[in-house]
Design a binder for this molecule. Structure first.
Ligand code: NI
Length: 154
């Protein structure tokens, strides 16, 4: 495993649409392992492949309940609403309130090409939406409704 550099806002790669994964091979496993290690060191809850410079539809999430790896993820359903503070490893200076669904169901492949379904509530639902947006070139800063000074979060 190896740490990868996290791309910061302003890099055009963060605004591109990622391609689906077609080969479930060792390179994919390596990418997922590297992303998991990079996420663990970062203190964040989620990381999408474009944030490490790879235009692939791959996401890792850990909200404290173990690592979830998502390959070619799709949102199957969403319900409810939450209005909470959101941040992003690629946007260290941006924090703010966003509106997201409260419950989100995602379907995705794992590294072995097995299709799985995940139901996320609260923080996990928010992470699913935030990370899947990255795969389509969208940053949460586009939907901040009320900015928050990071000093006030400490
Ligand atoms: Ni992000």
């Amino acid at each position: 495993m190896a740490l990868r550099n996290i791309v910061k806002k302003g890099d055009p790669i963060l605004n591109k649409v990622c391609r689906p994964v077609e080969k479930f091979d060792d390179r994919l496993a390596q990418l997922i392992d590297d992303m998991a290690e990079t996420l663990a060191k970062s203190g964040g809850v989620g990381l999408a492949a474009p944030q490490v410079g790879m235009l692939r539809r791959v996401v890792v999430i850990d909200v404290g309940e173990g690592l979830i790896e998502l390959v070619n993820p799709k949102i199957k359903s969403k319900s409810g609403r939450q209005y909470t503070v959101e941040g992003c490893l690629s946007c260290p200076d941006d924090w703010g309130y966003t509106t997201r669904p409260k419950v989100v169901t995602v379907e995705a492949y794992d590294r072995n090409g097995e299709l799985k379904t995940y139901k996320g509530k609260d923080l996990l639902a928010k992470a699913f939406c935030h990370e899947l947006d990255h795969l389509d070139g969208h940053l949460f800063t586009e939907i901040i409704e009320e900015r928050v000074d990071p000093k006030d979060l400490k």
